[in-house]
Write a protein that binds this ligand. Structure first.
Ligand code: 5AD
Ligand code: SF4
Length: 498
């Protein structure tokens, strides 16, 4: 967690310190001075916009980038018509890359109209050598390119970018370094992601992540718990513990600690109301974790358990290291221990060699487990992964047809699962004013379902009881339950309720 420091007191006539994070603080101060001079010349504040693609890890990384830019003195902008635009990219599927190149074309025109504008690219896509080559060749107007491993160097790189007229490229192939204590600025004041580990060692045969995010590295439990405590002190009530596979947390620490143990320590933090986590690989989800989850009502009743395929043959080719039967057994164990849990999943359709029979196994798992929601993907060939060179790539029209059937099944079941809660009262973390109707607030149940209900916006960031009146497919319309009026003394005192 970032401790306020007097940036303007850092002596910039000295050489930058070698150790982190002091080195980055030095560069924040240096970039700040430089930006101030630019602002004076332009006679206006310099603005920034970060566009995030992909997963929760990227979303959290973007909060770190935001914190650094705010410390440097950039003002946030709601549009890409800003003086610094950062694309934090994803490369899990081919589509994600295409989207970024498309956006870059638009940025080029904006840059031609604004002499102060700079463009930076980071995230998983820039870890791919051929992407960097393409940027150097055809996207010369991009000013800064950096990768996932050296994201902590952002202040230093911004400094370099502000002092240079040519493209700055700094992409590391890997690292075992974890730099703590740099600024971060949260999107929501009341909830936050917390990285517990970086990288992935699983090498699922379709997946680019292990190549672009590197080997597994766990943060120390103390650093994680301190960060959560500081977040709670700063008004956070819900944290999401983040890792590509949280179940292998702690294995590489000098003193190994299981994820379940870390979780049970996290829930003890006073003032913390809710804990979530993402993502769990089914191959090593322990009984200990199920038991810790079941024994704490602070741990949200939601588990994301990527299935990918229901066919043993395909699971083997995917290198997932579980079978249909062991997956179903695990799901059953979890649902038996926590009957109110919402299970969600990721499914890939059209992996090389997938037959109709394989696909039927996937549908069968969907019907047996009854997911509350599922991210469904058409297999996308990622150069550099083992699956990309597998024979029997499935024709696009077959993939599309299976995908449509899968989506229909997933959605029918998700609707029924959502409807289970009609008429009950649930605890909702109020997140924001409803986008469509500003008389309504939108909040999230522990099981991740969204609820819209009329209430005063002073409740944003609070956890309140909401009666789930009407299921609208995948979300609820509700009303504040009377219980809150007597429960939440602080709000009563301020007479802010309704
Ligand atoms: N093609 C399609 N989907 C993929 N995913 C990862 N790699 C690919 C790929 N090559 C999906 C998996 C993973 C999710 C984050 O993205 O389902 O769980
Ligand atoms: Fe990719 Fe598999 Fe690692 Fe998930 S567990 S990030 S799907 S390699």
């Amino acid at each position: 967690m970032y401790r306020e420091i007097e940036l303007d007191n850092i002596d910039l006539t000295e050489e930058p310190p070698q150790e982190e994070p002091a080195r980055q603080r030095y560069f924040i101060a240096k970039a700040r001075k430089r930006l101030r001079a630019i602002s004076e010349r332009a006679r206006r504040p310099m603005t920034f916009r970060i566009v995030t693609f992909g997963c929760q890890m990227n979303a959290r990384d973007s909060e770190k980038l935001t914190g650094i830019l705010a410390a440097i003195g950039y003002a946030p902008s709601d549009t890409e018509d800003a003086d610094l635009v950062v694309y934090n990219t994803c490369t899990v599927r081919e589509n994600a890359n295409r989207k970024v190149y498309g956006h870059l074309g638009k940025l080029k025109r904006l840059k031609e109209a604004n002499p102060y504008m700079r463009i930076a690219l980071c995230g998983c896509m820039t870890q791919e050598a051929q992407v960097v080559d393409k940027l150097k060749e055809s996207y010369r107007f991009v000013d800064l390119v950096f990768g996932t491993h050296n994201i902590f160097q952002f202040a230093q790189l911004v400094c370099q970018m502000l002092e240079s007229d040519s493209m700055v490229v700094e992409v590391w192939e890997g690292t075992d370094q974890i730099v703590e204590d740099l600024p971060a600025q949260r999107k929501y004041p009341f909830k936050s992601g917390v990285n517990i580990m970086f990288g992935c060692n699983n090498f699922c045969s379709y997946c680019i992540v292990p190549y672009v995010r590197g080997r597994e590295r766990s943060r120390s439990p103390q650093a994680i718990l301190d960060e959560i405590q500081n977040l709670v002190n700063d008004g956070v009530v819900e944290v999401m513990l983040l890792g590509q596979n949280v179940n292998s947390y702690g294995k590489t620490l000098a003193q190994p600690l299981s994820f379940a143990r870390l979780l049970s320590q996290a829930v003890e933090i006073p003032g913390l109301r809710r804990v979530r986590f993402m993502t769990s690989h089914p191959k090593d989800l322990s009984d200990e974790l199920i038991q810790v989850m079941a024994s704490s009502d602070k741990i949200c009743r939601h588990l994301h358990l990527p299935m990918q395929s229901g066919s043993d043959r395909i699971l083997e080719k995917m290198n997932r290291r579980y079978t249909k039967e062991s997956y179903l057994r695990l799901a059953d164990k979890i649902q038996t221990a926590m009957p109110d849990i919402a299970l969600t999943t990721d499914i890939i359709v059209g992996f090389p060699g997938e037959t109709e029979e394989d696909f039927q196994h996937t549908l069968d798992v969907v019907r047996q487990v009854r997911y509350s929601s599922a991210f469904t993907f058409q297999y996308s060939k990622r150069t550099g992964t083992p699956a990309a060179v597998m024979e029997e790539q499935v024709p696009a029209d077959v993939v599309q047809e299976r995908f449509n059937r899968l989506l229909e099944t997933v959605q029918d079941i998700a609707r029924e699962e959502c409807a289970r809660w009609e008429g009950t009262t649930g605890q909702v973390l109020v997140e924001q004013v409803n986008h469509q109707d500003d008389a309504l607030l939108t909040g999230r149940l522990g099981n991740n379902l969204l609820v819209h209900f009329p209430a005063d916006r002073a409740l944003i960031g609070k956890i309140v009881d909401v009666r789930l009146n009407e299921c609208k497919g995948f979300y609820y319309m509700g009303e504040i339950s009377d219980g809150n009026i007597t429960n939440d003394a602080a709000i009563l005192e301020n007479k802010r309720i309704l």
